[in-house]
Each structure stands twice: as C-alpha cells, then as structure tokens.
Design a protein around this ligand. Sequence first.
Ligand SMILES: Cc1cc2nc3c(=O)[nH]c(=O)nc-3n(C[C@H](O)[C@H](O)[C@H](O)COP(=O)(O)O)c2cc1C
Length: 312
Amino acid sequence: MTSRPAAASPDLGVSLGPLRLKNPVMAASGTFGYGLELAGLCPPGALGAVITKGLSLEPWKGNPAPRIAEAAGGLLNAIGLENVGLAAFLEKSLGPLKATGATVGVNVLGRTPDDYAILSRTLSDTAADFIELNVSCPNLRHPGGLSLGSDPDALSRITAQSVKAAAGKPVVVKLPPLVTDVADLARRAEEAGATAISLINSLPGLSLDLETRRPSLGNGPGGLSGPPVKPLALRQVMLCSRAVSIPVIGLGGIMGHLDALEFIVAGATAVQVGTGILVDPTLPLSMIRDMSDWLSRRGLQDLGQLRGSLRL
Ligand SMILES: Cc1cc2nc3c(=O)[nH]c(=O)nc-3n(C[C@H](O)[C@H](O)[C@H](O)COP(=O)(O)O)c2cc1C
C-alpha cells in the first residue's frame, strides 16, 4: 500500500497592514499582564500577538477593591486601568518580552487627545510592533479621553494625531461597543489613517448585593466581558468589516477555536482572547492548534477562504 503525502498544514498567518502575524490569535489587553507574567504557561512568541495592559503617561492607581465579580456566564471588572506607566514598561518589560519572539501591541490610554499623541510618539521609536488606542473603557469615574471614542469627531482627531505621531508604526483603534452607529466610527478611524480596528471592549454593567444594597464592585459599575457579550461583538464586527477595507480584529466572549472561527466568518481578520485567558491561560495555544485542525479537516488552506463568508 502506498502512503499519500501528508497535506501541508493550513497557513494561519494574517496581515495587519505592513505587519505579518504568524497566526490570528492575540492576547487581549488587560488579561495577559505586560506580556511576561503568564509566559511559563503560554509562551508569548507562540501567539499572533500579545497586547499589553493599557498604559498611560504616568502610573495610574486604579479603582478600589473589589475589582472583579462574577456575572451570569461572564465577568464584571472595574480595574480602573491601574498601570505602571509607559516609561516603566519600556524600561523593564518591552525588551525581555520582545526577546521571547513575541509580536507586541502596546495598548495606551489617555485623558486628552494630546495624551494619545504623546504616547504614540514615544512608542514610535521603540521595538513595539504596533499601538492599540483604547478609547473605549467603560469603567472609569473620570474617563477623559476614553469617553471620546464614542464621539465620531473626537475619534477622528485622536486617531489622526496618533497616526501622525506614530510615524509609520501601525495604529489599531479599539472601538467602544455601545454606540448608535459603530460602522461610522470604523469609517472615521479608517479615514484618519488607522491600520486596523479592534472591537469590542467590555460593556457597561452593574451587579449588586441585595442585602447590603451595595454594588459588588468597589467602583460601582464595571465592564462586562466573556460569553454573554459574544453575540453583540459578532454583530459589531460584521457591521464594521462590511464598512471598511482595513482589517478588523474581533473580540468579546471568545472561549475556544470555534468562537474565533465565527468571528472570522463574520469578517474579522484576527481575534483577541481576554476573559478566556483568565479562565485558562493556555487557551490561545489550544485554539491555534484546533483552528489548524479544523481547517485541515475541511481542506481549507488559509483563513482567507473563510473570512467574511457569512451568508445573510
Ligand atoms: C480584567 C480586565 C482588564 C482589562 N483591561 C483592559 C485594558 O487595560 N485596556 C483595554 O483596552 N481593554 C481592557 N479590557 C477589555 C478586554 O481587552 C476585552 O476588550 C474585553 O474583556 C472583551 O473580551 P473578552 O470577552 O474576551 O474578555 C480588560 C478586560 C478585563 C476582563
């Protein structure tokens, strides 16, 4: 009996503008630390990219505890964007993270459009592979620039200033999930020069204790993530990917390779995993393997054969 040559594994590589990622599975901001904390369980270099916890110009203290509460089927968080500040990250973490072979996206947040431009200018001159602008965090008491992401004119301004300051470094704009016309925001980001958009951030939510009549979280409200947000995320990704020609990175409730493939069918080029990593830090690794097997079994050579194939 003659054995047939093994079929080549599917090519999971995807492009974000000038960047080529080895696969489409990224760690979402806020769920993979600054990239090295979970390296023993999930090697950063094996992922399509690692997105850092959001970084501001100065260190931020974040919200009072408790900062995380379980919600039905998901998670409510109000970390308040505690972070060490961009300078400390660049000094201590970026070098060792890049040494693992990781593609690194640095998530940034500011109080004004100028903050985003300064952060982007600083990053333009570093080994970071791309910048992700967080203009969409739902759980800050004084959100400043973060609430501007819902205002199309402000979003255009923040994006244009940051793209100019980034001087060729790819800029991804992370859009807010709950807006009247998310496709319009996606178009504004594209027109302002964004390399790609990502969505969704967590959704505004509240959980409370009936006896004490107090919120479960120290901040009061929080951001809802995990499986309950997936249907909304899929819809927003579908709408945005039909409105723009830049890549759309989909996230929200992805807990396995089948969820990720649904986002690709809805039009995403790549995906991020957030709450799924908090449940199982090795999840991105099994997702990459299972995604490849899934494509192989159907005789598909790459994700382009699936992308945007949703039949409406
Ligand atoms: C604990 C926690 C911290 C987060 N921190 C950030 C952050 O710093 N910047 C950001 O853009 N998104 C942050 N997010 C939002 C996630 O990146 C993601 O957009 C959201 O959780 C939806 O994806 P998921 O359902 O896979 O978690 C955070 C989410 C969680 C759960």
